[in-house]
Ligand binder design. Structure first.
Ligand code: SF4
Ligand code: SF4
Length: 209
């Protein structure tokens, strides 16, 4: 096939794509930000630090997430809990917690390494920044509020979809008992942001029966 033949062959492919697009048979364009695609359940978006239903922080400052991170973008410093007013159920809690989103490759290894499901990932992908400092997520920006909601760095940004912070990986939705009898019968949060939508845990006797 000569040059003209190759040219016609290429134009035919281009023409077919044009027809498919114009007729809507292969509409690949999403009118973002007006429209947003539903992301897969296991989508790896920005991280959050979770709490137990009694408000205790799940992070025990063990630094396993930092050790597992292939991009070396997590910085954790643990500190001993105050016995009278502990921050986490462990001996220590994550006193400093930072993630450098400029280096993060969203692999999720930190989530897998965490023994307490403290660090999980949401469906939020709108995390672009205009300077490097804003890309350093600090403990304050990562830690969920006591009511189960999660802070957003740019709550007033028209592109910020706060609802996406309620969606997270399905595979980390296990519950973790707080261990306090006072919380028997209280509906637990899931291991990820937002209120749980299942029945409260029964008490120990009921479970053992
Ligand atoms: S998702 Fe991967 S690269 Fe990002 S902080 Fe976690 S372990 Fe590190
Ligand atoms: S997030 Fe998990 S793995 Fe990382 S320091 Fe806290 S408890 Fe340890």
């Amino acid at each position: 096939m000569g040059v003209v033949g190759e040219l016609l062959k290429g134009l035919k492919v281009t023409g077919m794509e044009l027809v498919r697009t114009v007729t809507g048979r292969r509409m690949l364009t999403t009118q973002y930000p007006k429209e947003k695609r539903v992301k897969p359940q296991r989508f790896h978006g920005r991280h959050v630090l979770n709490r137990y239903p009694d408000g205790m922080e799940k992070c025990i400052g063990c630094e396993l997430c930092a050790g597992a991170c292939p991009a070396r973008c997590i910085y954790v410093r643990g500190e001993d809990n105050d016995p009278e007013n502990p921050t986490s159920p462990g001996e220590r809690f994550g006193f400093v917690y930072e993630i450098n989103m400029l280096r993060c490759i969203f692999c999720g290894l930190c989530v897998e390494a965490c023994p307490t499901e403290a660090i999980t990932m949401t469906h939020l992908f709108e995390i672009s920044t205009t300077n490097r400092e804003d890309a350093m997520y600090t403990r304050d920006e990562l830690l969920m509020h006591p009511d189960g909601t999660v802070p957003h760095m740019f709550p007033d940004d028209p592109l910020a979809d706060l609802g996406e912070l309620d969606s997270a990986d399905g595979w980390v939705r296990a519950t973790a008992p707080s261990g306090y009898a006072a919380y028997e019968g209280v509906q637990m949060w899931q291991g990820t942001p937002g209120p749980a939508d299942w029945s409260p845990e029964p008490d120990q006797d009921e479970r053992d029966a």
